[in-house]
Ligand binder design. Structure first.
Ligand SMILES: [Zn+2]
Length: 419
């Protein structure tokens, strides 16, 4: 995902899936092609050409034509790629059924998934096939887990609810009790040396395993006894990963059992990490509102106004906002007007456009010149004036509050506005 604003690209991807999910064909005629990275474009072209041939057997003439047209469109789009992108490629094409009988528009979409896909398939259905992409969206951030004591260390990757053991190593450090006849000092020195060598090895494995994991949110260290703390005190961890150690958990076991314990015990902690930034921002906003500092505002018009006067430091947008920004233009006098409408009421609004009177000349001859998701429109405005954008989920109490009490659109301002 876009490193700069992962929640935003996640939101965009989510909305895209929503839009695609609503499209329907009149018959079984919407095609979906999933192409994993590494696949040759020419090979996919061949497969699609052969599907085009097979589609010739479809009995219904209009369906046959639509499927073959969709395949042709998909191939046209695919041809523009020299190679399949690193995350793979998904093509959608088909004639979307409309309310008017016999009329439909051919629509084509090309999607580069936010994470690599591994499937290769072609589907022709009544709808676009989106499940694998929904699956991607559900996959959560990744955490590294290290469980260690003086005997062994186990490394795992936690993704969603699943922890996969990546590596297990033994320490080679002798136990605490020396053999008879050995001098205590010499024994301690040797043990110290072995421990140090073990810690260096653990550090190396941490780098090897965790440094290049995409979307790694941090590392949790667990284990029984003080060895893990001793390890963390030393200078054994790669500098880029040092400040990624999120927390240390005491466990009764090490090894696979220890990993399970860490997962179990860090549930609440992880939930908080995920939403930590989000809560901090919302709390900051609430503090301004609560203390009436004049440095915060909310509501569509208020925030748009603040954006226009280049006075927004941070724009807070709830994922739960489902509205569209429409630009209307009067055919008679040229007057332009913005309207904000619920996404669910969009169709109705457009249908009744000829009933709206121009607020300047009074004629009912408005035309719709632009239609955009309100969130997208606000993000663009924010980008133009250099304001930070924070997407706020509805999964925290604070996020719920932004949506329910403040309409999902709020801003922290640069300076106080004159009332
Ligand atoms: Zn007018």
């Amino acid at each position: 995902m876009d490193e700069e604003n992962a929640p935003l690209s996640r939101f965009r991807f989510q909305r895209m899936l929503e839009t695609l999910g609503k499209k329907e064909g009149r018959g079984t005629e919407l095609i979906t092609v999933y192409i994993p990275p590494g696949k040759q474009v020419s090979e996919v072209m061949n497969d699609l050409r052969s599907e085009w041939g097979t589609a010739g057997n479809i009995k219904s003439k209009p369906t046959r034509k639509n499927v073959q047209d969709a395949l042709t469109k998909a191939m046209e789009r695919l041809k523009l790629f020299k190679r399949i992108p690193d995350n793979g490629l998904v093509l959608f094409a088909g004639t979307i059924a409309s309310d008017q009988l016999g009329v439909g528009d051919m629509e084509t979409y090309v999607l580069i998934p936010p994470e690599p896909i591994s499937i290769y398939y072609y589907r022709c259905e009544h709808r676009f096939m989106l499940e694998p992409l929904h699956e991607l969206l559900r996959s959560e951030d990744t955490y590294g887990i290290l469980v260690m004591d003086s005997k062994d260390a186990t490394f795992a990757l936690l993704k969603g609810r699943r922890a996969d053991i990546v590596r297990e190593i033994t320490s080679g450090v002798p136990g605490k009790h020396r053999a008879g006849g050995q001098s205590a000092r010499r024994f301690d020195r040797l043990r110290e040396m072995h421990l140090n060598e073990y810690f260096t090895r653990v550090g190396k494995h941490i780098t090897e395993i965790f440094l290049d994991v995409p979307n790694l949110k941090g590392i949790i260290v667990g284990g029984s006894g003080p060895t893990k703390e001793d390890f963390l005190k030393g200078n054994h961890i790669h500098y880029e990963l040092k400040d990624r150690i999120l927390t240390v958990v005491d466990t009764a076991y090490t090894g696979v059992e220890g990993i399970k314990e860490v997962v179990e015990r860090s549930k609440d902690f992880l939930r908080n990490v995920r939403f930590y930034e989000e809560r901090k921002i919302v709390q900051d906003f609430l503090r301004h509102i609560g203390h009436d500092t004049g440095l915060a505002t909310y509501g569509e018009q208020e925030v748009i106004q603040a954006l226009k006067s280049v006075n927004v430091k941070t724009l807070l947008l709830s994922e739960g906002v489902r509205r569209a920004l429409l630009k209307l233009r009067c055919r008679e006098c040229g007057h332009e007007e913005d309207r904000i409408v619920d996404l669910d009421e969009l169709g109705e609004f457009e249908g009744n456009l000829d009933e709206i009177r121009c607020s300047k000349c009074g004629n009912s001859v408005y035309e719709l010149t632009e239609k955009e998701d309100l969130i997208e429109a606000l993000v663009k405005m924010a980008e133009e004036v250099g304001a930070d954008v924070e997407m706020i989920s509805t999964q925290t109490e604070e996020g719920e509050m932004i949506l329910k009490s403040f309409g999902g659109i709020a801003a922290i301002l640069k300076y106080r506005q004159f009332q």
